[in-house]
Design a protein around this ligand. Structure first.
Ligand code: MN
Length: 299
């Protein structure tokens, strides 16, 4: 392992607003678009929500990706075009595979009031499944390891010889880490990895991280030694460098601008590609695409 490969890129998350909530967007970054197939990471909140006002993200479409929703506080309600209506709570994971196309909304629960915090991640689907059928999974019982220094919940992939039941179409790992003392987290050397701190502060090789920053390590590491400066919560993501060049715009992951323009048109025109979502929230409409939509080459 040379010293250059050993140094992480430490990057600042971008503040944004999604629905009614402030987020810190850790991925994508200009310097590195993806970590494995992980292509998007929004640290949601912390925010205060009411029974009627929550995430308030109206119906919107996705293609070519999976959304992974994981809360560390509060509750939210997912509805999608498959007819799914699923409340999610801390310790539970919602996984929506958009495939060729699926719309969803994320709403207040009608009952929960209080703090809301979590992370929403997107996974780029590989060529083999990105045009496939949409599906939804709710996992209420993920593998969990509790220790004196560290509790680990295996969101996606494997840890400590145990695999999460969460569907993934390329090799991937996603861990929730609750850190109380110094801990050594084993890594797959073929994977690149990222660490996003949600609460507290964590000293990692080459970086001290707090909420609002992400550290990304290139492949070649077999472990990360993490030292929490206070009780901390972090998300570790990893996977082999994604072998396909993706094109990402608004809520779409594709390979070409034409595919993205076609998906935006299908949503605008409600041509049946995206089944309707039974939500009282107003649907989201795509902003104008930053290139000519049809028929003409980009200048
Ligand atoms: Mn979405």
């Amino acid at each position: 392992m040379d010293s250059r490969a050993d140094e992480p890129a430490v990057l600042t998350s971008h503040p944004a607003t999604v629905g009614a909530i402030s987020v810190r967007r850790a991925l994508p970054q200009r310097r590195q678009r993806t970590v494995g197939a992980w292509c998007f990471a929004d640290h949601l909140g912390p925010a205060r929500v009411t029974a009627q006002r929550g995430l308030d993200i109206g119906p919107h479409p996705h293609i070519g990706l999976q959304t992974v929703t994981w809360l560390t506080a509060g509750e939210a309600l997912h509805r999608d075009g498959l007819g799914t209506e699923q409340t999610i709570r801390p310790g539970q994971l919602n996984l929506m595979t958009a495939g060729r196309g699926l719309a969803h909304a994320e709403e207040a629960t009608g009952s929960y009031e209080g703090r809301l915090e979590g992370i929403q991640l997107w996974v780029a689907l590989p060529e083999a499944t990105r045009h496939g059928p949409a599906s939804f999974q709710h996992h209420a019982d993920l593998p969990r390891f509790e220790g004196s220094a560290l509790d680990v919940t295996v969101l996606v992939g494997a840890y400590g010889g145990v695999s999460s039941p969460t569907r993934h179409d390329t090799p991937l790992v996603g861990l929730d880490l609750a850190l109380r003392a110094e801990a050594l987290v084993p890594l797959a050397p073929a994977f690149e990895h990222a660490l996003i701190v949600l609460e507290g502060a964590v000293s990692a090789p080459g970086a001290t991280l707090e909420p609002g920053r992400i550290a990304i390590w290139q492949p070649g590491r077999d472990a990360l030694r993490l030292v929490p400066l206070e009780p901390s919560r972090a998300i570790l993501l990893g996977g082999p460098p994604f072998p396909e060049t993706i094109s990402m715009w608004w809520n779409f992951v594709a390979r070409t601008r034409d595919e993205i323009a076609a998906a935006a048109r299908s949503w605008r025109e409600r041509d049946g590609r995206f089944a309707p979502v039974a939500s009282a929230l107003a649907p989201l409409e795509p902003p104008g695409v930053p290139w000519r939509l049809e028929g003409r080459p980009h200048p």
